[in-house]
Design a protein around this ligand. Structure first.
Ligand code: GLU
Length: 425
């Protein structure tokens, strides 16, 4: 069966293979020496399964695709307040290496342009540039699920020619947006850009974001959900340089490209994609990489704003198991809208019932909002002299650490016996 998806990827690659549009980045001299024909796509599902097509073993430098990861690490380590004081979240519509900051705050407008990325690199923990860089390298490696390395030639090549980034680093220092030595911050940034990856590494890094910060293969949590949400938001609005609006409307997935020819896209909750093709368009994005993403989005229906179906009813069935005791069988995802529906239905039924048993063994996923809404339901039932309990054999809804006064059973029979006993029947 998996051949079907494999065939899709092979076909999409074949469709765009002959395109020779665009040119290699040459402002970093070493990048102009790569084989322009390299072409690869990798896709990893959030359960860890990987599809690959093309030159997926070819390594290239991550370049700007590093930016969302260092930004995420800065948020994780330094905290939102410290990062927000130094880096904004507004799209610029400008080129990646624009020498610009917000007029009012003097902070770089976002972390996807070089100014914001250099500021993020300066926020890494560690007393030396080497320690700060190690922290970045370890983190990228944990996201990719293997130990990554630096391409020393590309690093030296950019270091020798990166006057513009040096100008940006000194500008940030003069505005008080960068602590310490600007050359050190720049060195950390230049090294992070020279980390070597394959398209499959990018797909794995992307699906770590798609899984809310947990590496699908290793199961290791590398980022909190809140940090991933912020990072994806900034990728969505600022990730594709000055072509972001076009990208959002045609592809509809948070993404980041790099001048090394890589492109990474994330479909939250579902999958991560890594593409490689080093010829770039005028905005610095991989030409065939963008085409592959457009085709994948259209052919596989991946646009994040496509409304494929309205959310189904969370209540699969209701039944009365004794006089005034009603069981509500819930299924699917119990999030805000599901909990709201359960609450409203119970309220409409309340004249007829004394005891509500929510049977949630068919629920796949739940969150804190839904849990606190269910706690609120139990509390209002209690105030009305009624009661509510849960049948949650796998503790899907009531995970460890949830409100300890919740009444939880493994079967409806067990719940009913306890309820009847409590009510003296
Ligand atoms: N190292 C590159 C630079 O700072 C990254 C640019 C990019 O990939 O867009 O110029």
């Amino acid at each position: 069966m998996a051949e079907l998806v494999q065939r899709y990827l092979d076909e999409i690659l074949a469709e765009h293979r002959d395109s020779t549009e665009g040119r290699l980045a040459d402002y970093i001299p070493e990048l102009a020496t790569v084989d322009p024909s390299g072409f690869a796509v990798s896709l990893q599902l959030t359960d860890g399964f990987v599809y690959e097509s093309g030159d997926t073993a070819t390594e290239f430098t991550i370049q700007s695709i590093s930016k969302p990861f260092t930004y995420a690490l800065a948020l994780e380590r330094a905290g939102f307040d410290a990062v927000d004081a130094r880096i904004g979240v507004e799209p610029t519509g400008e080129a990646f290496n624009e020498i610009s900051v917000d007029h009012r705050t003097k902070a770089p407008k976002n972390a996807m342009i070089n100014a914001g990325a250099i500021a993020a690199a300066s926020l890494m923990p560690g007393s030396t540039p080497q320690a700060r860089f190690e922290c970045i390298l370890d983190f990228y490696s944990a996201c990719a699920g293997r130990t990554l390395e630096v391409d020393e030639d590309v690093y030296r090549s950019e270091k020798a020619t990166g006057s513009r980034n040096r100008a940006i680093a000194y500008m940030l220092q003069s505005f008080g947006m960068l602590d310490g030595d600007p050359d050190e911050a720049l060195d950390v940034y230049t090294r992070q850009c020279a980390i070597r990856v394959t398209s499959t590494d990018l797909a794995r890094m992307a699906s770590t974001l798609a899984r809310g910060g947990r590496n699908p293969q290793s199961g290791q949590r590398v980022l909190s959900g809140a940090v991933v949400q912020r990072t994806l938001a900034v990728m969505m609005t600022c990730g594709m340089y000055d072509a972001t609006g076009n990208w959002v409307s045609s592809v509809g997935m948070p993404a980041k490209s790099g001048v090394g020819g890589g492109l990474l896209t994330v479909l939250p909750g579902q999958l991560g994609i890594g593409v490689y093709s080093p010829r770039l368009d005028d905005t610095g994005n991989s030409v065939r990489g963008a085409k592959v993403c457009r085709s994948l989005s259209a052919r596989l229906g991946l646009h994040f704003l496509s409304v494929s179906r309205e959310s189904r009813s969370i209540i699969r069935a209701t039944r009365d198991v004794a006089a005034g005791v009603r069981v509500y069988e819930l299924h699917g995802d119990l999030l805000f809208t599901g909990a709201e529906q359960a609450l409203r239905t119970v309220e409409e039924d309340s004249a007829d019932i004394e005891v509500v048993i929510l049977e949630v063994s068919g629920v796949d996923d739940s969150n804190d909002v839904a849990r606190s809404m269910l706690a609120g339901m139990r509390e209002s039932l209690r105030r009305a002299g009624k009661e509510g309990c849960l049948v949650d054999p796998d503790r899907t809804v009531l995970t460890a650490g949830s409100a300890s006064d919740a009444v939880v059973y493994s079967t409806v029979e067990e719940a009913l016996a306890a309820v009847l006993d409590r009510r003296g029947r």
